[in-house]
Design a protein around this ligand. Structure first.
Ligand code: GUN
Length: 298
């Protein structure tokens, strides 16, 4: 059996079309244009490309985008000062500080400095707390995108065995909390695997829904997947370069997921590709959170 491909690109396109209508309505009815401020410190190539895509998406949806690009040597104090200015700026509804930050800056301190009502990443402890009790305003973007893909691909979740590989604050921990909630698109029995898990395959082979955010290329192989399972690959590993489709003289990153895609595709029931799976959904959920932040103010 070859798996059905869950196209994040297509689902994201549909949600963005719905969102563009809502953004236009907010402007027409309340004169409010949602504004997203992005803050990038340094020149990490993956971060540069994510932030560029986030700003482009804001503009395409008719939202304002305020881009702040700071040198890698920026002090923690200066970054906190900028966050404070953005907190006070009424044109800015959402603030996104791209992670990772340079080693000399305390990431947690910066995330805690963002006004929770502008924290469209959902990383502030107040928003993490809201998520845990099922009262979230800004669900973190990658987990929210994963859940949308599960729902919109008609994958049953109630009573399902969900196995998450990875326990990061950005993906593994929040998605495990979201899937266990007493809510539509959740109600699952959740297992979280990580680097100290004794026998990973013993768990993954039980999964009706397998969510892989390990940060290791091909961490999940075909023998670790239950036939018919829905496999969500969150990995974005830069394994080399390839010529760009648009301009063959330009090299672009060659991406690979955390799942050994071709063989797993023959075992799984549904699978997300890399690229074109979770990636476009993450940005779309950021746009949705920014719209929600603006709507909260009217
Ligand atoms: N770095 C990797 N993923 C993310 C994300 O979702 N938000 C931010 N701010 N940084 C990231």
């Amino acid at each position: 059996m070859t798996a059905e491909i869950i196209s994040g690109k297509e689902v994201a396109k549909a949600i963005r079309a719905e969102l563009a209508v809502e953004v236009a309505k907010l402007k027409e009815e309340h004169g409010v244009v949602p504004g997203l401020a992005t803050v990038l410190v340094g020149e990490n190539p993956a971060s540069v490309s994510y932030v560029t895509a986030k700003n482009k998406a804001s503009k395409e949806l008719g939202m304002n985008s305020f881009q702040h690009t700071l040198p890698a040597e920026t002090t923690e104090e200066d970054l906190l000062k900028l966050v404070d200015e953005l907190n006070k700026n009424d044109d800015v509804n959402g603030i996104l500080v791209q992670l990772p930050l340079p080693k000399h800056i305390d990431e947690n301190k910066v995330l805690c400095a963002i006004d929770p009502d502008k924290d469209v990443d959902g990383f502030h402890p107040v928003n993490v707390g809201r998520l845990v009790i099922g009262e979230e305003i800004f669900p973190p973007c990658t987990p929210a995108g994963i859940q949308e893909l599960i729902i919109r691909s008609n994958t049953p979740t109630s009573g399902a065995e969900v196995v998450v590989v990875g326990r990061s604050n950005i993906v593994g921990k929040p998605i495990s909390i979201m899937m266990v909630q007493k809510k539509e698109g959740a109600n699952a029995t959740v297992t979280v695997c990580h680097t100290r898990t004794r026998d990973m395959a013993e768990h993954t082979k039980r999964a009706d829904i397998l969510i892989v955010a390990a940060g290791v290329p091909k961490a999940v192989t075909a023998d670790m997947v239950k036939p018919g399972a829905t496999v969500i690959d969150v990995g974005v590993n830069r394994v080399g370069e390839k010529p760009s489709k648009k301009d063959p003289n330009r090299m672009v990153a060659l991406l690979e997921g955390d799942v050994d895609y071709e063989p797993v595709k023959e075992v799984a029931g549904k699978i997300t590709p890399v690229p074109g799976g979770v990636g476009p959904m993450t940005i779309t959920m950021l746009m949705r959170n920014t719209y929600r932040a603006a709507k909260l103010r009217v």
